[in-house]
Design a protein around this ligand. Structure first.
Ligand SMILES: Cc1cc2nc3c(=O)[nH]c(=O)nc-3n(C[C@H](O)[C@H](O)[C@H](O)COP(=O)(O)OP(=O)(O)OC[C@H]3O[C@@H](n4cnc5c(N)ncnc54)[C@H](O)[C@@H]3O)c2cc1C
Length: 423
């Protein structure tokens, strides 16, 4: 069979690798000039840095296995970097049961209550939590104050105005899957994506970078026609790893029933301003910025996690946001964003001076975070679309786990196995 694969992120590349290993012919079309999708990096000297901060958990067994298979296990590091919360103008470590029990902004009974609810989520299965709302559950079981100080700012940062509608199973997964050791591929996760491209190519597959798919339609002989700027090409089958909403725009032959159910839901875009500094700003890796009035929700100091020596001695800092895709942030110039964000760094480290900044980068991506409401599950498409031969496998089908490289690997392998088994 001749397969077209739409999208050269982890899902598209792993689908292509598994199908090629099974003897199928694959062509991956990726709109961007580099492979890796949301996890792709850009080059700083000899290293790659993700455009959006990335790490993995010990529970991410699919991507850990893949890293091993690709011969990259020697690059995988598992530090235990500090995760802190900014509240009331101060910074507190908050990344383990002990630090919860010592968290000064809450009274001791409030801390015990929060620790007990988190322990419950760590061990409980997700199924009984189905249909419940995260915000309401947190308020009820962790208390109003824990919600106000710790969780409401996080839900607001990630889901904005939709935060009250987020499904509890999604929150369960965030707690359940998390580990205090965080895995990173020294030199950048881009190594995974470049190695995947090499392996696919070595098996006779093609990866067309910088080529966007413009349309997929039914061919007269029962195959599929894929149109790109390079022209039209016939395939036996196609796999889309694009968000269902984008797939619906590209495929005129999908039925109205399919569209009514799966051309559905909201997603937020992601934005990261990355700064290179000539010295450290903080001594933590990850800071949840829970205080009001900051224009970013997370401050991620990557070089308090990986050595500065990997990046020519630069100290690298992400200032991250999730916003509705029509938010003005996505239309603002990097210079204007830098001018808006920099004064807030002095609130975190009073010694900070803009003269510390030696370089900056601004990255944005649409469809970066599905809004996982309680009815989300009913609108998750199956692999089979309404157009025979066209399959959908995207991070929007990951539930209740938070989307991540690991879950795209698992989804890709599940679909490839199903397709190979049905030959
Ligand atoms: C801010 C942020 C932080 C994250 N942090 C982590 C983390 O710490 N750990 C982790 O594991 N995961 C993290 N993730 C999630 C992770 O990046 C994704 O889950 C994963 O990369 C999804 O891969 P994918 O292949 O499923 O989708 P995508 O990466 O979205 O791939 C889809 C691809 O399709 C391409 N495309 C779109 N339209 C077309 C078209 N018409 N033709 C051809 N190609 C097209 C896109 O360019 C893209 O490359 C984070 C994501 C964000 C945004």
């Amino acid at each position: 069979m001749d397969y077209a694969i739409l999208g050269g992120g982890v899902l598209g590349l792993v689908s292509a690798l598994r199908l090629a290993q099974g003897g199928e012919r694959v062509t991956v079309y990726e709109r961007e000039p580099v492979a890796g999708g949301l996890a792709a990096g850009f080059q700083i000297d000899d290293a790659w840095l993700e455009k959006f901060y990335h790490h993995i958990f010990r529970t991410d067994r699919g991507i850990i296995r893949l890293i091993d298979e690709l011969g990259l296990a020697d690059r995988l590091r598992w530090p235990r970097p500090a995760t802190v919360t900014r509240w009331g103008g101060r910074t507190y470590r908050l990344d383990s049961p002990l630090t919860v029990l010592r968290f000064p902004p809450l009274t001791f009974p409030q801390r015990v209550r929060m620790a007990a609810a988190l322990a419950f989520l760590k061990v409980a299965p997700a199924a009984p939590l189905e249909g419940k709302l995260a915000a309401a559950w947190i308020r009820r079981w962790m208390g109003e104050e824990a919600y106000r100080v710790v969780w409401e700012p996080l839900l607001r940062g990630k889901f904005g105005a939709t935060r009250e509608a987020i499904a509890l199973p999604w929150f369960w997964a965030r707690v359940h899957d998390r580990t205090t050791e965080l895995g990173y591929l020294r030199g950048g996760f881009q190594y995974v994506y470049d190695r995947l491209v090499e392996r696919i190519t070595a098996l006779g597959g093609e990866v067309r970078l910088g080529v966007a798919v413009e349309e997929v339609r039914r061919a007269a002989d029962g195959g599929l026609i894929v149109r790109t700027a390079e022209g039209e090409r016939r395939f036996d089958r196609a796999i889309s790893t694009l968000p269902p909403r984008l797939l619906c725009r590209l495929v005129p032959d999908l039925t109205d029933e399919y569209r009514a159910r799966y051309d559905w839901g909201q997603a937020y875009g992601a934005h990261c301003l990355i700064l290179a500094l000539d010295r450290p700003l903080t001594d933590s890796y990850w800071m949840n910025v829970n205080d009001a009035g900051f224009p970013f929700l997370a401050l991620v100091e990557h070089t308090n996690y990986m050595p500065t020596g990997d990046y020519g001695g630069r100290h690298l800092l992400y200032l991250g946001n999730y916003r509705p895709m029509d938010d003005p942030l996505f239309r603002t110039s990097k210079e204007a964003i830098v001018a808006e964000f920099l004064p807030h760094l002095a609130r975190i480290n009073p010694d900070f001076s803009p003269a510390w900044v030696t370089a900056s980068w601004s990255f944005a991506a649409p469809y970066a975070q599905p809004i996982v409401t309680t009815d989300y599950r009913e609108h998750i498409p199956p692999f089979d679309t309404s157009l025979p031969g066209l399959y959908e496998a995207s991070m929007f089908q990951v539930y209740p786990h938070d989307r991540g490289q690991n879950y795209s690997v698992l989804l890709a392998e599940e679909l490839a196995e199903k397709l190979l088994a049905a030959r």
